[in-house]
Write a protein that binds this ligand. Structure first.
Ligand code: FES
Length: 107
């Protein structure tokens, strides 16, 4: 059993036990709206998350993420939720660029 905590969504906790799904899949399974403009194809960066802790639990960078990192479009502590899987607890944040107008975010 692994927890995904979203710090700036009132520390909402998602408990997961399927490690073959992406973080975006888990967010959707829990009916959480998260921006993903290209439909999870690795062709944009709108689905990015800020990783606060647990980076060691994340899957390797995908080719898409390596491309965006090399262009400076993904910072060191950012990953694409549609590309990343986790096998351990993580704490993440929604970046300002990914905030949706109908959602209420905390600090
Ligand atoms: S939704 Fe476009 S890269 Fe993740």
């Amino acid at each position: 059993m692994v927890k995904i905590v979203i710090e700036n969504l009132d520390r909402k906790e998602l408990v997961i036990n399927n490690y073959s799904k992406t973080v975006l899949n888990h967010l959707q399974d829990h009916f959480l709206d998260w921006m993903h403009a290209c439909g999870a194809k690795g062709r944009c960066t709108t689905c990015k998350m800020i990783v606060v802790s647990g980076v060691e639990n994340l899957s390797e960078l995908t080719a898409a993420e390596i491309k965006y990192k090399s262009r400076g479009e993904l910072r060191e502590n950012e990953r694409l939720t549609c590309q990343t899987k986790t096998s351990g607890d993580i704490v993440i944040r929604v970046p300002n660029s990914g905030k949706l107008p109908h959602m209420k975010y905390s600090d």
